[in-house]
Design a protein around this ligand. Sequence first.
Ligand code: ADP
Ligand code: CDP
Ligand code: MG
Length: 237
Amino acid sequence: MGSVGDAEKKPTVVFVLGGPGSGKGTQCANIVEHFGYTHLSAGDLLRAEIKSGSENGTMIQNMIKEGKIVPSEVTIKLLQKAIQDSGNDKFLIDGFPRNEENRAAFEAVTKIEPAFVLFFDCPEEEMERRILTRNQGREDDNIETIRKRFKVFLESSLPVVEYYDSKGKVRKVDAAKPVEEVFETVKTFFTPKEEKVKHHSCAIFRHSVIYGDETKISDLYLDWRGCRARIQPIFGK
Ligand SMILES: Nc1ncnc2c1ncn2[C@@H]1O[C@H](COP(=O)(O)OP(=O)(O)O)[C@@H](O)[C@H]1O
Ligand SMILES: Nc1ccn([C@@H]2O[C@H](COP(=O)(O)OP(=O)(O)O)[C@@H](O)[C@H]2O)c(=O)n1
Ligand SMILES: [Mg+2]
């Protein structure tokens, strides 16, 4: 199998960013269910790498405990492998790129540009509350590490969001709302635009033609894209 980046057709990638506890993992699960993406959490991949007993395990564990960002080389290799093993062609990459080094290295290695960046905007006090009640047994979900992670988010991760914003790629969501409300907004970014146009602009004309003692009725659909018409017979003979 060719490596990611030199494959004939590049996969669709959506970066999912936001502070720790903003709800990235929660919303990714909803997107997977409704839109058929594969969810790749950089944090989950790094935690699995620690568990696997890899030679990088201790280094990764120490960095996570300190809320620091693991060197891109390690994280990108894990992402590439997960992409290749998935059999899918569309991915939510959650919690990556977390700094400028992550972003530039991913672009250089894979040549993949994200379709867009989904950004969960949430106040720090709400994120803190959520992390402290998350109960996933994570070594970095303690107040001391949380403070460090917030600092890294502000100093290193937000500039990445700003970079993509300057390219018009950021889709920002108010993540402080309840899960279902956040997902209502998220959904709008994954619904193809053409579908939306069709729903709002289609005009239907019912049309009947009398041939002797027979009447044929058709529905004529007109949409904005050049007034192309589709005749759908609904009644014959
Ligand atoms: N919109 C929300 N409102 C309240 N709690 C939420 C919301 N979204 C997620 N949570 C909860 O907050 C915690 C952190 O969510 P998670 O998806 O793990 O965030 P992240 O991946 O951004 O760190 C989890 O316990 C989750 O159930
Ligand atoms: N691109 C990334 C993503 C996560 N990580 C590390 O993994 C930790 C947990 O990331 P995560 O995405 O699972 O955390 P949440 O934002 O979901 O709470 C981060 O604090 C970093 O130490 C990293 O080094 N590089
Ligand atoms: Mg997460």
